[in-house]
Ligand binder design. Sequence first.
Ligand code: ZN
Length: 229
Amino acid sequence: MSSKIKWKGEISDKFPIQQGVREGGVLSTHIFKVYINNVLNELMKSRVEMKIGNIYTGTPTCADDIALLSDYIEELQIMLNTVLRNAKQDRVTIHPTKTNAVIINKGKTVRKNLQWNLGTTCITPTNQTKHLDQVEIGKPHQIWQSIGSSVTEVKRSINHYRIATGTYLLQTNIAKFSNNKETATCPLCGLEEEDMIHMLTSCMLLHDVRKTYLLRLKNIIIGYIGLRQ
Ligand SMILES: [Zn+2]
């Protein structure tokens, strides 16, 4: 495989790509998962207690970003060593300045001057990480703070959260992902395609749920416009 770079309307000569997967390729995510799985399996075997139910949760991963979670300073160093050894084996480099340590649930007993090593790079605790800057660790999103504790409310809020984060699966998405084997029509009213605009503004069956909030929103916006004039 080879690649060219387009920059300010100019296209470079092509150069060979000897490693990696094609960006946007259908198989790329699956091939990448096969590639990354060794290190995840090894980390999972080394620490079995960190679980929710029967699912190992010690190394949440998104594409080539990985978070290593541990209750113990020394264990985190072992995990870092494991990742580094696998990276060397696979001939990839870990970005030194994108690697951060974040202390969650800071107790009074946390030792000062903590540090870990990633090869020759020294890692010290920071409050912010580049990749987690959307998330304030230890502070739930306000959606979770605005709900009650009943099972129904929690279940309903999962959908609210998915809508807010753009991960709610609308009928139009389902149709698209199934190559139109599934219908895009709104399962509630059956009148229009169910996209985000339909669900939030025009689905008749959601009118009653919507009207109280719309009125409040309208008042807020009118008040805001009034303030600016
Ligand atoms: Zn509808």
